[in-house]
Design a protein around this ligand. Structure first.
Ligand SMILES: [Fe+2]
Ligand SMILES: [Fe+2]
Length: 179
């Protein structure tokens, strides 16, 4: 399999998860599972894509503006995804953000599969594109299993509020709590 097939097959999965998400009713509880599932596919995909595909393209002097734009869109995509997680945790309106994310991801995928694939096909041989594919899959698995994609967001939201409040109580003197 080539890197192009691997990336395309991830894109099919991401598009289908996003389509499913935006079609949910506003208060459908299933969205929490779906958002979590989306993150499990989205974050390892973009991290491995940056590390293996974009960085290798950078090394062969592909169009720098195109690559920078793609990196920038990953940042925007991840930002919207993190916002979606926060909105969901606070039970705030999440549908407009989900739609925004869907639009951006769809556009990004289209650019990637046309412009970046074109750059890559001019730069890599068939063998190289297969080597890239195995590195891409390997890194994605590593990210999924080691959880290195987990950052402070997951840590913060996995904290238990009572734990935080009891810790806080140790730092605040009782007198200071009086009005
Ligand atoms: Fe991408
Ligand atoms: Fe992608």
């Amino acid at each position: 399999m080539s890197i192009y097939h691997a990336i395309k097959s991830d894109h099919v999965k991401l598009k289908s998860l996003l389509n499913e998400l935006v079609e949910l009713e506003k208060d459908d509880e299933y969205r929490m599972t779906l958002v979590e599932d989306l993150g499990k596919h989205l974050i390892p995909h973009i991290r491995a894509e940056e590390a293996i595909f974009y960085n290798t393209l950078r090394g062969v002097n592909a169009d720098k503006k195109l690559l920078f734009h793609a990196f920038q869109e990953h940042i925007e995509i991840e930002g919207l995804f993190r916002s979606l997680q926060v909105l969901d945790k606070f039970k705030l309106s999440w549908l407009p953000t989900a739609k925004k994310l869907q639009n951006l991801v769809f556009r990004h995928i289209q650019d990637e599969e046309f412009e970046l694939f074109n750059e890559a096909q001019n730069a890599f041989t068939e063998d190289e594109s297969q080597l890239l594919e195995s590195s891409f899959q390997e890194l994605k698995l590593k990210i999924e299993h080691d959880g290195i994609f987990k950052n402070s967001f997951e840590m913060v939201f996995n904290m238990l509020p009572p734990k935080i409040s009891s810790k806080m109580a140790n730092f605040v003197k009782k007198d200071e709590l009086r009005p």
